[in-house]
Design a protein around this ligand. Structure first.
Ligand code: NAP
Length: 405
């Protein structure tokens, strides 16, 4: 469906950019508040299409768009655009703003409203300096955000790149899309967190249920892994993906991302050690002395690169979860911890001493589970005169210090 966009009559418009998976009352309150505060005439909600920085389930694109339409239908100042949903390939904000500018009068001021977490990563977006010169940014914060830290980044962007960024705290953003998805999975009510017509839509199409971890993208990945991995390794891979999904539900993490990371964690296991070394050289992956002496650990670091190049994974958190799934590292993200521990406990794992304990701990306290797992591995390796990789030692020290704080 091609929309004809024409904003010639406006002097101040705002783009409300986001995944909106799903849209909720926090987004609506934020858009309305900013509209009134800044005297904006039109707020255009633009659900992301295929963003370069994350892997969203493509089957949800149309749902996300339609839910955004339903949510905004009562506000005469709001509208929804298909600009990004309909764009082929990756969708970059710079292209969206360039497209909009063509449809606005020359003196129209354009604002871009989005979550502070997203906007303050702007230097990693496409053509950030140009973007900062084309529109003003409104980064809405939610309770719990570290405002001092955000202010520091804002002033750096102002000083260095002359960007205009306003931080606005929106208490209603204590609602989050992630939390809504997890409430649905846990069979909890989502009433009053989002407009009732969006709630009805979610129930009507049974959105955000566990079975949603099927998509063309996932099926394609599974097909490829099935053809390159041994059947035992493939079975293990499916087990890790499923375990990561369960852990993601437990720890309120995006289940789709956890499933994808679990699925791809061993994607480089199909290579011989010689091939792994050659590929690392080809892709400029630095291997330390330890890895050169223990090439069986290389598959995780190489796997992250293969996931990026051959499976089109762009989400840094997924790529890091693959890279560090065997060694761990200091200050792991929750997704990294999930894949690390899912690899230990997935249901097809051959039994080893301590497995039941790790399985039990994993769902109680993931940090304690990782400490137990790393210490267990250390004991196992010591008996074979092998040391733990330095990254694993650091992970262990970090988690223990954190526990004692
Ligand atoms: P995200 O990772 O889904 O969200 C990051 C955080 O911001 C989450 O806490 C999210 O909360 C919140 N958030 C997102 N959109 C929001 C909004 N409109 N109002 C209030 N909070 C919001 O971020 P994203 O949705 O992918 O990206 C946000 C925007 O930045 C999109 O328009 C995207 O296209 C753009 N972006 C562009 C590039 C690029 O051009 N290279 C790269 C990254 C992002 P909820 O989950 O509750 O929404």
């Amino acid at each position: 469906m091609n929309q004809v966009l024409n904003y010639q009559k406006y002097k101040k418009i705002a783009v409300m950019g986001g995944t909106f998976n799903p849209i909720h009352n926090g987004h609506l309150v934020a858009a309305e508040f900013v509209r009134q505060e800044l005297g904006i005439e039109r707020v255009i909600f633009i659900p992301t299409g295929n963003p370069p920085h994350k892997n969203t389930n493509p089957m949800y694109n149309e749902h996300r768009y339609l839910m955004t339409v339903l949510a905004t239908v009562n506000n005469p100042h709001f509208e929804v655009s298909r600009l990004e949903i309909d764009r082929q390939g990756y969708t970059y904000t710079i292209d969206t703003i360039t497209e909009l500018k063509k449809r606005c009068s020359a003196d129209c001021k354009i604002y871009f409203i989005s979550g502070a977490d997203a906007i303050l990563q702007i230097l990693q977006w496409k053509e950030p300096e140009k973007l900062l010169s084309m529109c003003e940014f409104v980064a809405v914060t939610r309770p719990g955000n570290n405002i001092k830290e955000l202010e520091k980044t804002v002033s750096m962007l102002k000083d260095k790149y002359k960007g205009k960024i306003t931080l606005i705290e929106i208490p209603a953003l204590s609602i989050s899309s992630t939390n809504i998805r997890h409430r649905i999975l846990a069979n909890k009510s989502i009433k009053y967190l989002l407009p009732s017509n969006v709630e009805d839509y979610i129930h009507k199409f049974s959105l955000y249920q566990a079975e949603d971890i099927t998509s063309k993208e996932i099926e394609k990945i599974k097909g490829k892994l099935h053809s390159i991995l041994t059947s035992k390794r493939y079975k293990h891979t499916l087990g890790v993906a499923q375990e990561a999904l369960q852990l993601a539900k437990r720890y309120n993490v995006d289940t789709y991302k956890a499933y994808l990371a679990g699925l791809l964690h061993d994607c480089a296991k199909c290579y011989t050690n010689k091939e792994k070394l050659e590929l690392c050289k080809k892709y400029n992956i630095n291997l330390d002395k330890f890895l050169l002496e223990n090439p069986e650990l290389i598959h995780s670091f190489l796997g992250a690169k293969i996931a990026e190049l051959e499976y089109n994974i762009t989400d840094f958190d997924i790529l890091n979860a693959i890279a560090y799934h065997t060694t761990g590292r200091e200050n792991m993200s929750i997704l990294e911890k999930i894949v690390f521990i899912a690899d230990y406990i997935e249901p097809n794992r051959d039994y080893f001493d301590g497995l039941d304990k790790i399985r039990e701990l994993a769902y109680k306290n993931i940090n304690t589970a990782i400490i137990f797992a790393l210490e267990n591995t250390m004991k196992y390796l010591k008996n074979r005169n092998i040391k733990l990789h330095p990254l694993g030692k650091k992970a262990l020290m970090y988690l223990k210090e954190e526990k004692n704080e």
